[in-house]
Write a protein that binds this ligand. Structure first.
Ligand SMILES: *Cc1c(COP(=O)(O)O)cnc(C)c1O
Length: 492
């Protein structure tokens, strides 16, 4: 299947590209994104067939049979076999019953303990093999608030034809997240701490990518640029698979009957996870609604409930769920395209860059609400939730906890709900300890991990324990003005 562009075509770029082209150079005309040209629909009978398949077989089916990606069979199967690195290679995304109608899909059982691994592990493998086959060298730059960075470093480490520059806000991540990055060795990796917050790191990166002298330099070194965040459809495609899997898990556990509708609840930032759910729904998975949760950075709540996306007078707030501390959410553009077409999408996106805001009509709001509902959760509610559910025997991280607000306030029908758990508690243990002790003391991750392990019989996986004793490989902390210089030094 070919891919087209969310903001229409500029008559310079090709009108359609293949999957591999879309992932190697993910930026489309007018600053838009690539989307599939059409989405096939599955009948209930097809979903019944999926029920007999393993996770890896479903992933293969989605990429090979549904999207017909132009990736050779060997590369595809090697990429999908990377789910062997997950805790249970037969079930990389287990669905756990918490109570009544509430289920949690645990997406964090990969090497870096956040859901980013589910897509980045196979995606990184595919990107590197494509680069190798074409004989091209790629630079991947990633600004991270703490989960994308470790997952990108883990997948690209020592991969031929790829170099990675990873920027994180110094002091803005948990100890575990920082250690996961700065202890990662591999001669093709550069990790830089930036003095500033995540927005500063992200903006500095955007400026760099638009900078002519930097582009010239890359050209002279014969290096191309790609992206590892969810603007890249290579990530989205793997994020469709686990929504099907959630449904299959409920079927296999006899919790639902084939065709029965369920709710999916997605803690959202860049909206990649939610977009995967939307595509699965559109392809015929029986989903009643996709419930979107945010933290106090609640721009997505306003977009879905009121149709406004207004960044004027919005300031990024630092919360206990930092992976969702984001105001510009890239993937809603793909929803706008799917609902309203490229002309309207370009109009709304131009408004966003020119006026810092876009507003949708009443009719457009209604159309968005056919698939989505939204709420947001502040840090107090979040910590209260972690505490309450831990007392009932389920330990969750702060991002997952925001979903419980949707379970408690948005569930209008008596249907089963799958909540997505996007990170393991071990990445955010100080917040979890604050929640259970109802205090605001500052803990080091290592203390909080040990105390929770001892008092709540919780398991710390070896990859988290090990990070505290690994040698530190990256010590550079720089001002954002020095990013260009450091990256050029690294790739030269
Ligand atoms: C990345 C991330 C999110 C947000 O996911 P999006 O696909 O960007 O909406 C939520 N929770 C955690 C823990 C994450 O790492």
């Amino acid at each position: 299947m070919n891919f087209i562009e969310t903001r229409g075509n500029d008559n310079i770029k090709p009108k359609e590209v293949t999957f591999s082209q879309a992932i190697l150079s993910p930026s489309a005309s007018f600053g838009g994104l690539y989307i599939p040209k059409e989405l096939p629909t599955l009948e209930l009978g097809d979903i019944e067939k999926l029920q007999k398949m393993s996770y890896k077989e479903i992933a293969t089916f989605v990429l090979r049979d549904i999207f017909a990606v132009d990736i050779d069979a060997t590369t595809l199967s090697e990429a999908i076999n990377l789910y062997d690195k997950f805790d249970d290679n037969k079930n990389p995304a287990p669905v756990v019953k918490v109570k009544d109608n509430l289920f949690v899909s645990e997406l964090y059982h990969g090497p870096t303990r956040a859901f980013k691994d589910i897509a980045l592990q196979p995606f990184g493998y595919i990107l590197s093999s494509l680069a190798q086959k074409a004989g091209d060298n790629y630079l991947i730059l990633a600004a991270t608030s703490g989960d994308t960075g470790p997952a990108a470093l883990s997948t690209f480490k020592n991969k031929p034809n790829i170099q990675v520059g990873c920027l994180y806000p110094d002091g803005g991540t948990s100890d575990v997240q920082r250690l996961q990055m700065v202890t990662e060795d591999g001669s093709n990796l550069k990790v830089l701490g930036i003095k500033g917050n995540f927005d500063d790191a992200q903006n500095a990166l955007k400026n760099l990518l638009a900078n002519e002298s930097f582009k010239e330099k890359l050209k002279s070194l014969n290096i191309k640029l790609s992206a590892a965040n969810s603007v890249n459809f290579g990530r989205i495609i793997f994020q469709i698979v686990y929504h099907f899997w959630s449904y299959i898990e409920l079927l296999n556990k006899n919790e639902i009957k084939l065709g029965e509708k369920i709710y999916l609840t997605v803690p959202s930032g860049n909206f990649g996870n939610a977009l995967g759910a939307y595509y699965a729904k559109k392809m015929g998975l029986p989903i009643e609604k996709i419930l979107i949760t945010s933290n106090e950075n609640n721009i997505l709540t306003e977009w879905i409930n009121e149709g406004k996306y207004d960044l004027n007078n919005k300031h990024l707030v630092m919360t206990n769920s930092p992976a969702m501390d984001i105001l510009k959410s890239s993937n809603i553009e793909r929803i706008l395209f799917d609902k309203f077409g490229s002309q309207r999408t370009k109009e709304l996106m131009d408004d966003l860059s020119n006026k810092n805001a876009f507003y949708m009509s009443e009719e457009e709001i209604r159309i968005i609400q056919e698939d989505f509902e939204a709420t947001y959760c502040d840090d107090e509610y979040c910590k209260g939730t972690i505490n309450k559910y831990l007392l009932d025997g389920y330990l969750m991280d702060p991002h997952t906890a925001t979903c419980i607000k949707a379970y408690e306030t948005l569930k209008l029908k008596d249907l089963k709900m799958v909540v997505y758990s996007t990170a393991e508690w071990t990445k955010f243990s100080p917040t979890v300890l604050n929640a259970v002790k109802n205090n605001t003391d500052k803990y080091h991750d290592i203390e909080a991990l040990k105390e929770i392990e001892t008092n709540y019989d919780a398991k710390i996986p070896s990859m988290i324990n090990d990070v505290f004793s690994k040698e530190i490989k990256h010590t550079t902390i720089i001002n954002k003005d020095d990013i260009e210089k450091e990256i050029i030094k690294f790739i030269s």
